[in-house]
Design a protein around this ligand. Structure first.
Ligand code: ACM
Ligand code: ZN
Length: 519
């Protein structure tokens, strides 16, 4: 039997014999473990067609899959577990339900591929002893649903795969220049107007917009739009919670806000003439940092956001905010004089500090892209480092918390091969699988500052990704390499050894209908 677990557990010892799942197999779980037992039972029933009942009373343990929460809450950490498979029974122990859930994910990977896709009947798995816990607390995946919109079913499919590979943060990039995708009751035009655009940048071939030639129009001229209702977002949050994934919403500000400006033009410095963007890149129009009404808007939007998303962290963007409008805006210039701000970078810092206070009043914490360092970092802000690791290193060194998503290792909108002729259009940079596998979130961070690095995350921007099949192609198998980089302790297995395990997983991905790129 091939044993191929991804991410590789801290310790895995193979024993003699195997456990056979039959009509007599049941799950045993007391109250704190019951929800995970139900999730595992439902999965095993679908997989095998066997009844797999759950009992809350302890039996003698024969034919049991026993899920136990240990009394000592520190024994395994909050997400660690011990999984023992013997001929007689399977036992998963953990300090918290999340650990039981991850033990169950490992258990699922020990099952053979036999009959995946239809009920398999009796299945056996090898006797093993696994002790495992994650290297990092933040194991994330970001999806941009602004440039292209993906339905709830696609989001759930991604949450399923994330859970299988022990990811625990889904960063939901919900707003941008090209579309506003979250229903906000206090500002209904954000979706009525801001979720729609007149077309989409036309060039999906090798050529980029700037060298498209005179006959090719700038956009396809097809109206495009979509958004999630608050009910749908609650459904996504609940689905994620069942899988121990926190949904971290991102509401972009002050830049990447043209969809919001088109909905409510008075939020901008100029105050009129905005259109939800149909092409990619960085817009000069941004939220006005000088009007009180901007902060009333931010407060109202974030009030609804925190009501929907229980996440401790709320992502407020903060990246790629040109300063040209602020330089010419009487409101912005007046605030700069009044607050003694020496340049527009300090005005951005003023803006982010105010947003941090708004979030703090709602009991939440601010996280933003590394540009929030410019002009001075808000006192308690957490930095998501994307322009390499430098911003993260700087923030961690100053004692701030950091999530590493350097574009050098984590940008899945980049090509995964050097030979781009045979690849669908992507950002013109290469990020092959092996480089993702080599990602180390603490690389370059002074040893004593490494505890400030919460973890790492893959980011998938969707300018050139209009379909789910294309999304899968960009995400897989790179996401599996990243899973190991953020879960497995260092030093990890060689890339060659990872590739051997990956081969088994590619077959699994294939059987659940994921259109991965063949390495
Ligand atoms: C980013 O890629 N602009 C965060
Ligand atoms: Zn202004």
């Amino acid at each position: 039997m091939t044993i191929a677990v991804i991410p590789q557990p801290r310790s895995l010892v193979v024993k003699e014999g195997q456990f056979v799942i039959t009509t007599n197999t049941h799950i045993e779980a007391q109250s704190g473990a019951y929800a995970v037992a139900e999730t595992l039972a439902a999965w095993l029933r679908t997989r095998t067609g066997l009844p797999i009942p759950i009992q809350t009373a302890e039996t003698n343990g024969d034919n049991a899959i026993r899920l136990t929460l240990e009394a000592d809450p520190t024994q395994f950490g909050s997400e660690g577990y011990k999984l023992q498979v013997s001929e007689r029974q399977i036992q998963i122990q953990a300090s918290e339900a999340a650990g039981l859930f991850y033990g169950a994910q490992t258990l699922k990977q020990l099952l053979p591929l036999t009959g995946m896709g239809q009920p398999s009947g009796i299945l056996s798995l090898p006797s093993v002893e696994v002790e495992d816990s994650p290297r990092f607390a933040w194991r994330g995946f970001m999806l941009d649903v602004a440039r292209h919109f993906f339905p709830v079913a696609t989001i759930k499919k991604y949450l399923d795969v994330m859970a299988a590979y022990k990811f625990n943060r889904f960063h939901f990039h919900l707003t941008d220049d090209q579309g506003w995708r979250i229903e906000i009751k206090a500002y209904p035009k954000l979706t009525e107007v801001g979720s729609q655009r007149a077309g989409t940048q036309a060039v999906f071939t090798r050529k980029r917009l700037q060298d498209r030639g005179p006959d090719v129009p700038e956009t396809d001229g097809q109206p495009y739009g979509g958004y999630y209702t608050q009910d749908q977002l609650r459904e996504i949050v609940a689905y994620a919670q069942q899988r121990f994934i926190t949904v971290v919403p991102e509401i972009e500000m002050p830049g990447h806000s043209v969809a919001a400006l088109t909905s409510y033009p008075s939020l901008g410095c100029v105050g009129s003439g905005y259109q939800v963007r149909t092409t990619w890149g960085i817009a000069e129009d941004v939220l006005c940092a000088g009007k009180e009404s901007t902060f009333q808007y931010v407060d109202a939007v974030l009030s609804e956001v925190v009501a929907l998303f229980p996440s401790e962290y709320i992502h407020i963007g903060g990246d790629e905010c040109p300063k040209v409008r602020w330089q010419e805006c009487p409101h912005c210039q007046a605030v700069m004089r009044q607050e003694g701000l020496k340049d527009e970078h300090e005005l951005q810092s003023y803006f982010i500090r105010r947003v941090e206070k708004i979030l703090e009043a709602k009991g939440r914490r601010l996280i933003g892209w590394d540009e929030i360092l410019e002009g001075g970092l808000a006192p308690k802000a957490t930095v998501m480092s994307w322009r390499g690791a430098q911003g993260g290193i700087e923030a961690a060194s100053a004692g701030h918390e950091v999530v590493m998503t350097p574009n050098t290792h984590c940008y899945f909108d980049y090509y995964q091969a050097d030979d781009v002729e045979h690849e669908p259009l992507a950002q013109p940079i290469s990020l092959p699988l092996e480089q993702v596998y080599r990602f180390d979130p603490v690389e370059g961070v002074p040893t004593d500052k490494q505890p400030h690095v919460l973890g790492g995350q893959a980011n998938l921007w969707t300018e050139y990704i209009p379909t789910e099949a294309h999304l899968d192609y960009m995400a897989f198998p790179r996401l599996l390499a990243l899973a190991e980089a953020v879960w497995t302790p260092s030093p990890r297995a060689s890339y060659t050894e990872f590739m051997a395990r990956l081969e088994v997983h590619l077959e699994r991905l294939d059987r659940v209908g994921i259109n991965f790129r063949k390495p």
